[in-house]
Design a protein around this ligand. Sequence first.
Ligand code: SPV
Ligand code: MG
Length: 293
Amino acid sequence: CTTSSPAEVLRAQVCSNLELSFLMEAHDGLSAAIAERAGFKGLWASGLSIASSLGYRDVNEASWCQLVDAVERIVDSSKLPVLVDGDGGFGNFNNARLLARKLRQRGAAGVALEDSCFPKMNSLIGDRHPLADIHEFSGRLRAVKDTVAEDLVLVARIEALIAGHGMDEAILRAHAYADAGADAILIHSRKSTADEVLSFTRTWQSRLPVVIVPTTYYRTPVSAYRNARISTVIWANHSVRAAIAAMQQICRRIIAEEGVAGIEPNIATLDEVFELLRYDELARADARYLHPL
Ligand code: SPV
Ligand code: MG
């Protein structure tokens, strides 16, 4: 009997046009465990969310080692396949293939690489998003593919629309990245409607599966993505934003109320904490190894 590798499980989700898949953001072990319990089938190790949880800005302030360490905690905390946001690969082809090798070692299922320059700037802020040269970035993808082959799903992320280059440039890049060996194309947009990504899918005609990140165009119902034969939707930052809102509210209340009696119904119980982190497994292991009858 054979078990599927993380990459095989992720590939079945991302590289299938038959059913729309959803990847939920995780930024640490706890958020990974919560997403799994809620029923998600795959995780997005978000650069923005991991950086935020570490107190960094999403401009490559966190090092690739810190990313790899965060991914290890995410991988260890659930059984779900993890697609890692590898930003631009932290440099040139050599940095990108080193990152991919390390992510494979830590159990990631896939890596998304974006055609940005180091240091990258988060796509949803600012107006300076210089694109990498198309040939140089294709080399980054080829180097990753040659290094990890089928052991990691390779998602090529196009920032052309973010950078204001228009649809022709986005399509040109998608073909180049498909030729370079990408398994799927992530087309990113920061518009408030899905028009741009839907227009991309009409021209692209599913040469490779398409992944989207509807953070700014959150109002569009997912039926539009099913109709457009998009393969995967990434809910990219919603756990960390939920955590920020909840922590802000609870901190304000504890200050205002000078106590915690009133907030008890609004926070997770300690039993929930113990259950999420599987303290019951430890009790069983204690009984088996520490206090055998
Ligand atoms: C992330 O989650 O870090 C992403 C998506 O890359 S975005 O923040 O929209 O760039
Ligand atoms: Mg990112």
